[in-house]
Ligand binder design. Structure first.
Ligand SMILES: N[C@@H](CCC(=O)N[C@@H](CS)C(=O)NCC(=O)O)C(=O)O
Length: 209
């Protein structure tokens, strides 16, 4: 099996960190870009035109990071990164989804609606031109501010995003905070809980996977 990748991109990073935590090594194929989009050969193989994607030895193509996580968690359960018992699993799923929807998608809204490389490519995965909208960048910035506050509050009573164990909720949240920094938005000074947590999870070897 192999993973099709854009190594520096935030969604593939969610997968790299997960695999590093589990100690799983897989062949990576860096997808080349054509006019900024994934190359035609890749889109033919995987018409959703997004990375990362896991291709199994039988040719099955699995996209969407949580689907790929679930596949590997089933193959190699330890360390458990999707939660352990029913309540814990539900909370991990909830907080990971919040980090994705309130966090990574809001930063992406800023990034894709401002960066010159994304003119007419404001959403990923589409061959149709999608124009940049400055209003969406502004809405994204406001969303990122709400994300910081929400996660700072959650981390005021939790060592990790959900309780005392590192999970995929931490992985996506870390990718949000570091992606936000790339677009010039840092954690507010008064988000002391988020900052404490960020130092903790950034010190794990997986953070540089
Ligand atoms: N929901 C998807 C998001 C994947 C995604 O948006 N990947 C970006 C890279 S971070 C991409 O493929 N971009 C392609 C493009 O910009 O055309 C997942 O969980 O895998």
């Amino acid at each position: 099996m192999k993973i099709y990748d854009w190594h520096a991109a935030p969604n593939p990073r969610r997968l790299h960190i997960f695999l590093a935590e589990k100690g799983i090594k897989i062949d990576l194929v860096e997808v080349d870009r054509e006019n900024g989009r994934p190359a035609a050969w890749y889109v033919e193989k995987f018409p959703h035109a997004l990375v990362p994607m896991l291709e199994l030895d039988d040719g099955t193509c699995i996209g969407e990071v949580p689907a790929i996580w679930r596949y590997f968690e089933q193959l190699q359960p330890e360390p458990r990164l999707l939660g352990i018992e029913a309540k814990d699993m539900a909370l991990v799923t909830m907080w990971e989804a919040l980090a994705r929807d309130d966090g990574i998608n809001r930063v992406a809204e800023v990034f894709r609606n401002t960066h010159p490389a994304f003119v007419d490519r404001a959403l990923p995965g589409s061959a149709e031109p999608i124009p940049q909208l400055p209003e969406l960048a502004q809405r994204g910035r406001e969303g990122v501010a709400r994300f910081f506050k929400k996660f700072d509050t959650q981390l005021s009573t939790n060592t990790y995003v959900v309780g005392e164990h590192y999970t995929v909720a931490d992985i996506t949240t870390l990718c949000v905070v570091d992606f936000a920094k790339r677009v010039g938005i840092d954690m507010p000074e008064d988000c002391v809980n988020l900052r404490r947590w960020h130092a903790l999870v950034s010190a794990r070897p997986s953070a540089s996977a």
